[in-house]
Design a protein around this ligand. Structure first.
Ligand code: PLP
Length: 328
């Protein structure tokens, strides 16, 4: 399966979903948690994931530990190492947050997860398809992604990869005829591999579309895609940072193609609409997308640009011109 190749795993380690949130939920809610167990996460964590951590803490008595950022605004590895002790059951991190160009040090986090024995769930929704993401390099146990973002696949698609050796440490959260097999009495056995996290029915037209998108990305080469997208992001970020009345807000030592910005005195929504009317597709990132980051910085909503490999330098410059006009 192309998705397995995309993340460097095996096909039986992949389960398909209708979005990344459901894929992530299937992984997260399958992690057995008891009172006193710890879930460690970073301050750039995706909003839905944060809500799920809080809900699970309420249900199980586990504790959510939010690791501070370092001076670059990425997850502080030294703090994680200090905090990840014997009670750490799960380290859950968004590789690239929804709210900016930060790339979390995923592989270094993986080394710490292995050292403390915690399961490691990487939310690769914004990174898969944007640049190479390899599960062995990262050292995660579970990884989730979506079709609709940098993979350029159909909306309504998502996927979960689960390392075979992690299966026995997880208790899949829904038994149904896709994920489990009736044993003829009053019990069941789990389906082999990652299928035990999935449901029976799928939108097969979307699955075909996702497969085509992933094969296209693999054909173009994720390294090449990443280089090009990140270079375009850097060009835009640098140009915007030079404009009077415009500020950029991407954290991190390593930054990707996502660029977030703000125009003095103009709401992000209004600015995004104006840029959109001129033919440049942008998005906004709002406080509830990233509650912990919002608590830290209080700067959202922001305009979010997500240039990809097919964009041209001319299009980037045009976006900068539009922002300059709006700021003047
Ligand atoms: C980091 C991150 N995780 C998860 C999601 C959810 O993806 P989906 O809409 O496919 O459920 C998003 C969407 O913006 C995201 O940015």
């Amino acid at each position: 399966m192309a998705l397995a190749e995309l993340v460097g795993g095996r096909s039986e380690e992949i389960a398909l979903f209708d979005n990344a949130t459901h894929a992530w939920n299937a992984a997260f809610y399958s992690v057995p948690l008891r009172p006193g167990d710890q879930i460690l996460t970073g301050r750039a964590e995706y909003g839905s994931n944060v809500l799920a951590y809080w809900q699970a803490a309420r249900h199980t008595g586990a504790e959510v530990v939010v690791v501070p950022n370092d001076e670059y605004g990425q997850l502080d590895l030294a703090a994680l190492e200090r905090l990840a002790g014997q009670r750490a059951r799960l380290i859950g991190v968004s590789h690239v947050p929804t709210s900016g160009g930060l790339v979390q040090p995923a592989a270094e986090i993986g080394r710490i997860a292995r050292a403390c024995g915690a399961l490691y769930l990487l939310d690769a929704t914004q990174s898969a398809g944007q640049f190479p993401v390899d599960v062995d390099t990262v050292g995660c146990d579970m990884l989730t992604g979506t079709g609709r973002k940098f993979l350029r696949g159909p909306r309504g698609t998502g996927f979960l990869w689960v390392r075979t050796t992690a299966l026995e440490r997880l208790d899949p959260f829904v038994a149904e005829i896709g994920s489990a097999t009736w044993d003829g009495r009053q019990g069941f056995t789990w389906a082999p591999g990652a299928r035990r996290f999935a449901t029976w029915e799928h939108s097969y037209v979307n699955v075909l579309g996702l497969g085509a998108a992933v094969r296209q990305a693999l054909g173009l080469g994720l390294a090449e895609i990443g280089q090009r997208a990140i270079a375009l992001g850097a060009r835009l970020r640098d140009q915007l940072a030079e404009l009077p009345g415009v500020t950029t807000h991407d954290l991190g030592r390593i930054r990707c193609a996502i660029v977030t910005a703000k125009i003095d005195g103009l709401g992000a929504e209004q600015a995004a609409e104006a840029v959109g009317r001129a033919g440049v597709n942008v998005s906004t990132t709002v406080p509830e997308d990233n509650p912990l980051d919002t608590q830290d910085r209080g700067i959202h909503p922001l305009i979010r640009f997500s240039p990809h490999y097919y964009n041209t330098e001319g299009e980037i410059d045009r976006a900068t011109e539009l922002m300059a006009e709006l700021a003047s």
